[in-house]
Design a protein around this ligand. Structure first.
Ligand SMILES: NC(=O)c1ccc[n+]([C@@H]2O[C@H](COP(=O)([O-])OP(=O)(O)OC[C@H]3O[C@@H](n4cnc5c(N)ncnc54)[C@H](OP(=O)(O)O)[C@@H]3O)[C@@H](O)[C@H]2O)c1
Length: 272
């Protein structure tokens, strides 16, 4: 029940109708009987500044930030976490007594989902396809954990920009194309493009390079065509729901200072 004491959490994005975050977080609040309510806000680009000011004005406890605001929101915040600074994108904001602090929970979400699957990236060669915002979080996480990154993107300049920014954290090399001989060189292959989101999307690369020695990780959810191709070839195939849940759990903890009810959140999402 919403009362005068209920704390409000929101999500700002455009579009916003597709988001699963209200379901996940409201289930977590319900499960722990916390007096919070998570609300979607359709915020257009031209209204972002005023929407962020409204977090303070309306005493909203925190928000998630999604497409297309993750980068632009930074200029309206008071403070950034280390990860948000490095990646240059914020997906979670905490209102700490009128001071807005930005976080990027995708890095930790990605790493915790790997850990949950029992996968260590230390000294492994990892092929990352894509060089958008999510790719930056994945690459930073991999380098921090001692992985070696080979990155390919349709627009090479964006992969080069990530290399330029991230090579102080570890080994990163930009590829001109995805060649067959990569198959023996890499142990983990990650789709960090948005391909797979729509039914009609092409595969992000030729699945023939995959075989049973590879781990295939697709940050897109729900299950993509490429996950099916990878499973068919005997790979350990991991979809994007794990990362989604773990990044949400970390955001939940930032807002509430309470451990997220992870199993309940997962169970709810799986049955939805
Ligand atoms: N599981 C999770 O928790 C989680 C977290 C964050 C994001 N995601 C998902 O990750 C995906 C990417 O998000 P993002 O924020 O990184 O998006 P983004 O910044 O828009 O980047 C999109 C990436 O996809 C590539 N791409 C798009 N269409 C392509 C095509 N037709 N052929 C080849 N490459 C193409 C882009 O290449 P160009 O640079 O050449 O355009 C770019 O590398 C989204 O589906 C998002 O939902 C999942």
């Amino acid at each position: 029940m919403i009362t005068g004491k209920t704390k409000i959490i929101g999500i700002f994005g455009d579009p916003i109708e597709h988001t699963l975050s209200p379901l996940i977080h409201n289930e977590a609040f319900r499960c722990l009987e916390l007096d919070y309510c998570y609300v979607p806000f359709h915020v257009k680009r031209e209204n972002l500044k005023i929407a962020v000011e409204a977090i303070k004005a309306l005493n909203i406890k925190g928000v998630n930030i999604t497409v297309p605001h993750k980068e632009t929101v930074i200029s309206y915040l008071d403070e950034l976490s280390e990860e948000a600074k490095v990646i240059g994108a914020v997906n979670t904001v905490l209102n700490e007594e009128g001071k807005l602090k930005g976080f990027n929970t995708d890095v930790k979400g990605f790493l915790l989902s790997l850990k949950e699957e029992g996968i260590s990236v230390r000294n492994k060669n990892v092929l990352v396809i894509g060089a958008g915002g999510a790719s930056k979080a994945v690459v930073y996480g991999l380098l921090k954990e001692g992985g070696k990154v080979y990155i390919y993107n349709r627009t090479k300049s964006k992969a080069l920009a990530i290399k330029e920014q991230m090579n102080k954290y570890g080994f990163i090399e930009v590829l001109n194309k995805i060649e067959e001989n990569l198959s023996d060189k890499v142990q983990i292959i990650i789709n960090a493009t948005s391909l797979g989101l729509k039914k009609e999307d092409p595969l992000p690369f030729d699945p023939e390079i995959l075989d049973s020695k590879h781990v295939y990780y697709d940050i897109v959810y729900p299950e993509t065509k490429m996950i099916k191709e990878a499973s068919k070839r005997g790979c350990k195939a991991i979809g994007g729901l794990g990362m989604l849940i773990w990044q949400a759990a970390y955001a939940f903890e930032i807002w509430t200072q309470i451990k997220a009810p992870l199993e309940a959140m997962k169970k709810f999402l799986n049955t939805y």
